[in-house]
Design a protein around this ligand. Sequence first.
Ligand code: PHE
Length: 442
Amino acid sequence: MSSASKTHARWSSHWTFLMAATGAAVGLGNIWKFPYITGENGGGAFVLVYLACIAIVGIPLLMSEILMGRQGRSNPINSMLSLARASDASRLWAGIGILGTLAGLVIICFYSVVAGWVMDYIIETAKGTFAGISAEEAASYFESSLLADKKLQLSWHTAFTLLTVAVVAAGVTKGLGNSVRIMMPLLFILLVLLLAYSITQGDFARGFSFLFSPDFSKLTGKSVLVAMGHSFFTLSIGMGAMMAYGSYMPEDSSITRMTLAVVFFDTLIALMAGLAIFPLVFANGIEPGAGPGLMFKSLPIAFGHMPGGTFFGTLFFILVGIAAWTSSISMIEPAVAWIDENFRITRATASAIIGFIVWWGGFACIYYEGVFGILDNLGSNIMLPLGGLLMALFVGWSMKRKLIKNQLGDLGYYPFNAWYAVLRVFTPIGIILVFLYGLGLF
Ligand code: PHE
């Protein structure tokens, strides 16, 4: 293999892999996006559909992506090349690796801008800016003080990019592995604290029934597709991040068990975030369908009016920041690993090069109208579903069964065949629907 001159890293343990993959999955998607799309799509029924999508598309694909990585044992591009070769398939399948690596770079450009807003909110909440704030003042802070101040946004984006690059530059075991082992449990503890706060201070009964009492009359065809699209985004499927993480996975970890654990934590954290947010939203007369601004415009009001709100609000935004951070490192890891393993430069230099590109991408999002939306749409609605579709087709129809079995050795006859059938048929059909929807074709 072309990457043979440098040895490919390994996570120090099963647990580290689990924390890294969970860290990649749990991000702004869980804490910021899931609550607001649930709010926009009527609550409980949407949550049920989302859970079904996770089961039909999410689990089979996440298993596939991780197994491709562990069998390929290299960065996503080189892994795809060697998997295609070993399966006597076309080298063009390497396109999956290229597309995925680029998708990560496209997504991180706007993602790190949003993460920058989160950093700003950490500081402002801690300073007490939102204490006693009115709805108008909260909206005006977000739009006039933050969004209108491009230099401020750029500074936060720069800070966040540096944080991300620093971890990736430090390498797989020292950087990624060590940081996720600390950050993920911390994130979980913070979320439990917030949940306790929301149960005692918010309108918990109403929040709970909003999330868990399905009212199917509120469900539209569009909601189903939004749910499916989100199952991709939230599990980080289709861009090679999970393939890269799988390539560092110990030989004897069970891919099935690890996948189920990642999906379990990702879903648990999304639901916990919903349970922490909606009771606060309802207790303060805020509209649950407020859209993307739900977190930035509404939660400061909630926190601003509640006892201990400054402390818990700050904690909340720190939590969102950590979640965004551990996701961001997974977005640039494929590109950094590819450069590191194919060129005679150090990982630190490779990280700096990628950081430089990401910085300019974020700069474009901040300074040029429309770039943010274009990158979001291109990355989330086009590149991820396309990557996921190609992965399902490759593993389902082109990859040698022997290689697949090599990775899923612990799966019994029936579970294996059930997984394989879903992956070959239902997953592609599901993705094609999301994809067409993303392109605006229906
Ligand atoms: N899964 C992450 C989230 O929920 C986002 C992400 C998408 C991360 C794609 C990596 C790749 O925020």
